[in-house]
Design a protein around this ligand. Structure first.
Ligand SMILES: NC(=O)C1=CN([C@@H]2O[C@H](COP(=O)(O)OP(=O)(O)OC[C@H]3O[C@@H](n4cnc5c(N)ncnc54)[C@H](O)[C@@H]3O)[C@@H](O)[C@H]2O)[C@@H](O)CC1
Ligand SMILES: Nc1ncnc2c1ncn2[C@@H]1O[C@H](COP(=O)(O)OP(=O)(O)O)[C@@H](O)[C@H]1O
Ligand SMILES: [K+]
Length: 519
């Protein structure tokens, strides 16, 4: 699903209105109805009902006026507050404002301190607040009386439904323009905005709902953007069904170089995750001393002595050429011998390579070795590893997650998966995919090793590098979400993420199976 910035959303509205002749007032009506319906759902659980609606003077406020009219028709007591000079209400918003005036709806204009007090007084008992102050038109810091109203709203403890995007959140990047409404629910229209998806804005949205307001698919197709949100629909049906006339070779050979003394777990987690994701044969190169532990804990994986490979480069290169994918890095340590091993892999592999963890830490010593690669490379840094690779601070990386990931992919010709909330994936062509599954319970040792194993398992089966990365990121986060529901975020461990993989894969495979059974 496309994710838009403010300008692209305005362009989409323009195309719907001018090219496809859908009157803007219809879009506003649909938007306002969606908000009113959501408010009714929330109110159904409350003994006494009242809605307080905050409206700015733009179209976000216009949506608020429409919601007010529909709630009034349902007999819901209302207080409408307007923030800003009413003379500035124009166009469709003006039409809807005038209707409210004709209906005699109580409207209070918040211009000075005493009006903020009136707003506070309106917040009685089980009232809820609808936030229609600013949407995609926010363009500078929120100050003065509006800032006060937002702070009062946040301190009130009332449930807030935000229209399109919580007021104060910048739709372009999720940053906060001074202060922002903390919503329980946000209803955004047609497509998510970047500010709904990227932190901190995403945290201000509460539960995000994306409602169709009648913009045609043709209009959506014509908006140029390279940024996509990964959704369940994108994942369902991508994984190939298993045909009866196949064998383990059909599902590919994955070679994972992982683990070192004290970190055998990384190799175990990655190999198990690769097998659970359907890789046919998983071989793991670990130091000789780790082979027994690996074989005890991951009985289906084949172990190989890393020292033997490092000692016999010719055999190492021959082995690399028989694999369908190679992953390198989890728990490997940062020795010179390992840096050399990474160079051997990069120089002699033509199948997709996944580089993670210590693979990235040693890669940071000389990124230019990437230039020798004839293989598609996928790198999976967390912000700390990305800082080592780029020389940027972790703070800058987290503030500019999309730009940093995209720039790195374009510069080095790799697929980059920047971990964290939200995970950003970019390819060398400048396409960006944002993943929002996952939770802070996954901030636990080894969960990145599981992700590496998952990507590797999908790659082994011949799924394209970008698709394998996208599917793995989505399912890894979703497995973490399921695990956290069962065990709690405090107690989730990396191994618990692996346990959730089988059911999730069954679910995303189920849809095309049903389809093929029906034909
Ligand atoms: N046809 C359309 O364009 C549609 C737009 N829709 C709604 O319209 C919204 C966008 O409407 P607008 O473009 O009118 O913009 P907004 O309603 O978000 O806000 C613009 C108004 O707020 C003022 N403003 C912006 N930042 C300010 C600040 N920091 N302090 C004080 N005042 C500030 C601007 O000067 C302008 O008057 C969307 O978020 C969505 O809710 C929906 O009705 C669907 C259809
Ligand atoms: N707050 C969070 N929200 C979503 N996902 C998270 C969060 N914290 C961690 N994760 C995910 O957990 C994984 C952690 O990986 P990583 O830091 O490499 O761990 P390790 O090196 O211990 O294996 C990443 O996929 C990351 O996106
Ligand atoms: K809003």
């Amino acid at each position: 699903m496309k994710v838009l910035n403010n300008k692209e959303m305005r362009e989409l509205d323009r195309i719907a209105i001018e090219v496809y002749s859908i009157p803007g007032i219809i879009l506003m009506e649909n938007a306002g109805i969606a908000v009113a319906q959501q408010a009714m759902k929330v109110l159904n659980n409350k003994p006494s009902k009242k809605v307080v609606i905050l409206c700015g003077v733009g179209n976000n406020g216009g949506d608020g006026f429409v919601a007010a009219r529909h709630l009034r028709n349902k007999g819901i007591p209302l207080d409408v507050f307007i923030l800003g000079e009413p003379a500035r209400i124009k166009g469709d918003a003006r039409t809807n404002y005038d209707i409210l005036l004709k209906l005699g709806v109580s409207i209070t204009y918040i211009e000075e301190e005493k009006d903020v007090t009136a707003f506070e007084k309106a917040l009685v008992n089980d009232s809820i607040i609808i936030d229609g102050i600013f949407g995609t038109g926010l363009h500078r810091e929120v100050e003065g009386i509006i800032k006060e109203v937002i702070i009062t709203t946040n301190n009130s403890g009332k449930e807030v439904i935000a229209i399109d995007i919580p007021s104060g959140v910048n739709g372009n990047d999720g940053k906060i323009n001074g202060v922002a409404i903390q919503a329980a629910k946000t209803i955004t229209f047609q497509l998510p905005k970047l500010g709904n998806i990227l932190y901190p804005g995403r945290a201000y949205c509460g539960e995000l709902m994306i409602k169709d307001i009648g913009i045609p698919q043709e209009a959506i197709n014509s908006v140029q953007t390279k940024i996509q949100l990964i959704t369940e629909d994108d994942i369902t049906g991508i994984l190939p069904q298993r045909r009866p006339d196949t064998h383990k070779g059909t599902y590919g050979k994955a070679f994972i170089i992982a683990g070192s003394p004290g970190m055998t777990g990384a190799a175990i987690l990655a190999s198990k995750a690769a097998l659970r994701c359907g890789g046919g044969i998983v071989k793991v190169a670990v130091p000789q001393a780790q082979m027994d532990i690996l074989e005890n804990k991951s009985i289906e994986a084949i172990s190989v002595s890393l020292e033997d490979l490092q000692g016999n480069k010719k055999e190492f290169i021959e082995r690399l050429q028989t694999e369908d994918t190679v992953a390198i890095g989890p728990g490997c340590g940062q020795s010179d011998a390992f840096f050399d091993t990474l160079g051997t892999v990069i120089n002699n592999t033509t199948v997709p390579i996944v580089i993670d963890a210590d693979g990235l830490n040693v890669l940071a010593k000389n990124l230019n070795i990437l230039k020798n690669s004839k293989a598609p490379c996928i790198i999976t840094p967390h912000p700390g590893e990305m800082a080592r690779l780029t020389g940027l601070s972790i703070e800058v990386i987290n503030k500019e997650r999309i730009k940093v990931t995209k720039d790195f992919s374009e510069k080095w010709g790799v697929i980059t998966l920047l971990k964290g909330a939200a995970t950003v994936i970019a390819d060398p062509e400048g396409n960006v995919y944002i993943n929002t599954t996952g939770n802070p319970g996954m901030a636990t040792a080894g969960s990145g090793d599981v992700l590496t194993g998952m990507i590797t398992g999908f790659l082994a089966q011949g799924i394209s590098p970008i698709k394998a990365t996208i599917i793995a990121a989505y399912l890894h986060g979703k497995a973490g979400d399921r695990g956290s529901v069962k065990l709690g975020q405090y107690s989730l461990m990396a191994g618990d993420i692996i346990k959730e993989i089988p059911c999730l894969i069954k679910e995303v495979l189920a849809e095309p199976l049903k389809k093929s059974n029906n034909t």
